[in-house]
Design a protein around this ligand. Sequence first.
Ligand code: DAH
Length: 338
Amino acid sequence: MPRRVTLRAPMTTDLATIDRIETEALEALGQTAEEAGLEAWRIAWLGSKGKLKSLMAGMKDCSPEDRPAFGQRMNALKKSLEAAFKERKNQSAPAAGPPLDVTEPGDAAGQGRRHVLARTIDEVVDVFSRMGFTVAQGPEVEDEYHNFIALNMPESHPAREPGDNFFLEGGGMLRTQTSTVQIRVMENTPPPIRVISPGRVYRPDTHDATHYSMFHQVEGLWVDQGVTLVDLKATLIQFARTYFGPDADVRMRPSFFPFTEPSAEVDIRMPVRGKMQWVELGGCGMVDPNVFKAVGYDPEVWTGYAFGLGIERIAMRKYGIPDIRWLFENDARFLRQF
Ligand code: DAH
């Protein structure tokens, strides 16, 4: 802040008073820094109603013989203040280039977030973990034995046609279902078994709003003695109510899968943008005895259920995402919303 100076118009030609005023003015100027302060000083001292002007008005009170000396001194004062102002202004102006405020906060780096599908998988896994399931992983590059044969899908099964699979040169294939992990787990672990396995699967579908050549499933497998359909349905209901809320429900519609007998489609009644709706989420059933035989479990002793749910289905319905392709375009403006 410029120092406040009270000035009386001098009644005399006292040159010493003018010296004192000059000192005062220069001191005040020395204490201004910002643009606004400098401008206030200029108006106060050099402005059309400034102190210099009112000092000048004292001229008329001078005796005629003092008047030249007074006038000269006043001119010198004006020049001195103007020069001092100009210099001060130059000092405070930036040397060159745009003004740079080094105290301004930088651009936010932008925080990343989990992809909506990764989050959905985490949430689903979390619910099943609390029911005692552990997570198993299997390879995405598979062989036909684990993808088909051990799952009771004979050579003649239509799902094994080249047009429905990504077969690899030199053998092997991209897995079309996470059911492969059932086989891999049972091959390596004696019963009882309680695992879920989330992961990517691949099918050569033409991309459209509901199809993509890669998507995600979560597989579930429970093997023990005396496991029944009731256990299967109870587990799915428990999952549905924990994940989607107490009003959620499960419907099983008779169906066919080679690796379960009996088999069913799983529908879950879940909130779809606030309204309860039945959504087809996957398949399930009681593990087929042929599958147990393939992994060396005695089907007379062991029983089990299995299920497979679509992760995209869950996320798309839950969040009202109308097009599966949006999930894989990596457009941050879209993904940021979840
Ligand atoms: N693998 C089946 C599919 O991709 C889904 C499925 C159905 C998994 C029944 C299962 C099951 O474990 O028991 O369409």
